[in-house]
Design a protein around this ligand. Sequence first.
Ligand code: AMP
Ligand code: GLY
Length: 436
Amino acid sequence: MRGVLLVGSGAREVAIARKIMGGSSSVRLYCISSVTNPQIETLCHKYFEQSPNNVGGILSVVKNLSIAIAIIGPENPLEAGLVDALEEVGILCVGPRKSVAMIETSKAFARSVLDECAPEKNPKRKEFTSVVGVKSFLQNLRGEYVIKNDGLMGGKGVKISGEHLHSEDEAFAYAKEIINNGGSFLIEEKLLGEEFSLMSFCDGNDCVHMPIVQDHKRAFVGDVGPNTGGMGTYSFENHSLPFLSDLDVSSAKKTNEAVALQLYKKTGEKFRGVLYGGFMLTKKGIKVIEYNARFGDPEAMNVLSLLETDFMDICDAIVSETLSKLKISFANLSTVCKYVVPKGYPTHPAMGFEVGFDSSQENLYLGAVQDVGGKIIATGSRTAATVGIDKSIRVAEKLAEAGARSIKGNLFHREDVGTDALINKRIEHMKSVCGD
Ligand code: AMP
Ligand code: GLY
């Protein structure tokens, strides 16, 4: 039996754990995370309640275990240098070292990597470590801007003019707040278009691309409200999206490939893991919104539901840098994933209430919950995700929606994710952006 370590305990890690245990190799699964996710625990040989960011603590846990490979779910342990530390003690990792993970952990670094390998994919932008020059740059962008806190903010550190920031004074106040909290920020040109995520398995030499997914970052129906970690996602059976051309798809793929290579040139370390390109199709072609150094959440639920190849074979090929020798395939089906989240999420989430669900329900992934004496209690972040899978996206959406509705508690979800109405709105939006 092979010892496999999974780090993290959200719905994304449930999806990963199921794929690890659903393959042909006989695995002894260990999980380390701050809280115990009951769905992962049932798949585990042993679960350790320990912060995924506590590198020293994790090293002392693993030294008594026989672990061949570790799979890192979230981004914070990458930033903390967990992969560097594990690889030093001989544990190979699916997830990049700290210097390479900067493609996610520093937005300024990500923009500079793109400047070197795909400059046309960058929006106009400027980095700030003080508020000096903020007002003139906002004016330079003619009031169409985005302010991004340059730290790991779980998707919640980005404020957009016209949506979250309604005047230069409000923008300046947000910039000042970031500086007063000891941070730095970027101001970017506000891009107009449709977003999509392209994740690629990467071994440092080659990339194998996954189906393209569209996430819904805004909290509420109709794409309004604050930015969240992602409220729901969908993918189409052809692994593209209706508003993307083949050229757009190949441009995104080439960008991920170029970024992986540039990271090696720049840092001397290979990117071994999942490289996540967050793109926007604009009138001027594809632009990069952000890069992540891990599976997206909820995107992981879409693509892993479709993955036909044994997941551990992919992990082995990533760490042994032999991805080019492995044939990786995904089913040609549509998927819709919807998150149910506590009322008030993301700014003032309810928590501590019981979550009711049918534990035999297929395609249900528990996220930010805790088992307290047999009761599943919500802890404030995204509570649970349900996935619908079918040839037709309509059916997939109905399955995901029925799943989301069946989960009880002080919760809400976006009923519009994956519906015909919203997908058509996106197609029309893209046409109007391009001036058709
Ligand atoms: P990020 O954390 O960089 O992914 O940003 C969160 C969300 O903010 C993205 O998914 C976009 O919806 C939005 N966003 C980020 N950067 C830009 C930009 N330059 N123009 C327009 N929207 C953006
Ligand atoms: N769904 C967006 C992310 O995982 O960052």
